[in-house]
Design a protein around this ligand. Structure first.
Ligand code: 6PG
Length: 251
């Protein structure tokens, strides 16, 4: 646990923290990431992280590649995966890999062989299986040190969208999920893999998410896919800025 402000407990599987405005929240997210990375490198000689898409990680990667933070980690010990990917080539503007690359990975001195992108531009089902096997080979105990997630307007997280089949998957770590509401397939981590992680952070920033945040975090039935993330052993940590948390804080 980092020094300073403590997270608030929602229930046995979820906690949240509101570090301040957008800038303060991004800074907290980056410092927390570095803290976990250093701890993991000290404990097991490596830091295994899964990135997500979305607007918040973009800001996190940008700050992370700032010289002050860039020099604070042994990047050769960092292993990068993705928690989900759209079915596009890595050069596409919608690619989560491209986003991370453009906003941070091209600047940070991470060895190329430590970066494992999801191959989604072809044979997505077969490649989901291959990615699962890769994780089995590379990540000890299948346990990521940190999985970064976001929450979409419909309550989805990673590419676990409402009413899609991947939500029910118990025997796979990575699947190609049919997302009829977006007329596409996306590759995604499943709950069984997410729940093996030591830390899961769900970042939500911005006024426009405040209703959904309050609903997802107070609904006792946990109907939204993002609400189901977290275990009693490793509760999910929701990192919210003041605008996204404003209605939740009134509850
Ligand atoms: C993606 C994501 C997705 C994202 C949320 C939140 O590929 O789009 O992995 O799950 O995290 O939609 O996105 P924002 O941070 O842009 O709100």
């Amino acid at each position: 646990m980092m020094e300073g402000k403590k997270p608030s407990v929602i229930d046995d599987t979820r906690q949240f923290i509101v570090p301040g405005n957008e800038e303060e929240t991004i800074k907290y997210a980056v410092e927390h990431l570095i803290f976990i990375a250093k701890e993991s490198i000290a404990e097991r000689g490596a830091f295994y992280i899964a990135l997500s898409g979305g607007s918040t990680p973009k800001k996190i990667f940008t700050l992370l590649s700032n010289p002050a933070f860039k020099s604070s980690l042994n990047w050769e010990k960092v292993f990068i995966f993705w928690g989900d990917e759209r079915s596009v080539p890595p050069t596409d503007k919608d690619s989560n890999y491209k986003m991370a690359f453009d906003f941070g990975l091209k600047i940070l001195p991470i060895p190329k062989e430590n970066i494992f992108r999801m191959v989604t531009e072809k044979e997505i089902d077969k490649n989901a299986e291959a990615y699962e096997n890769l994780i089995k080979q590379v990540v000890p105990d299948l346990s990521f040190d940190l999985i970064m997630l976001g929450m979409g307007d419909d309550g989805h997280t990673a590419s676990l969208f409402p009413k899609t089949k991947a939500l029910e998957v118990k025997d796979r770590l990575v699947v190609a999920n049919d997302v009829p509401q977006k007329s596409t397939k996306r590759m995604t981590f499943t709950y069984p893999l997410i729940h093996k992680a030591k830390n899961v952070h769900i970042y939500v920033i911005g006024e426009e998410k405040k209703e959904r945040v309050a609903e997802v975090l107070t609904d006792k039935t946990k109907s939204a896919p993002s609400a189901k993330v977290g275990t009693s052993k490793h509760p999910a940590l929701w990192i919210l800025d003041q605008s996204a948390a404003s209605l939740l804080l009134k509850h």
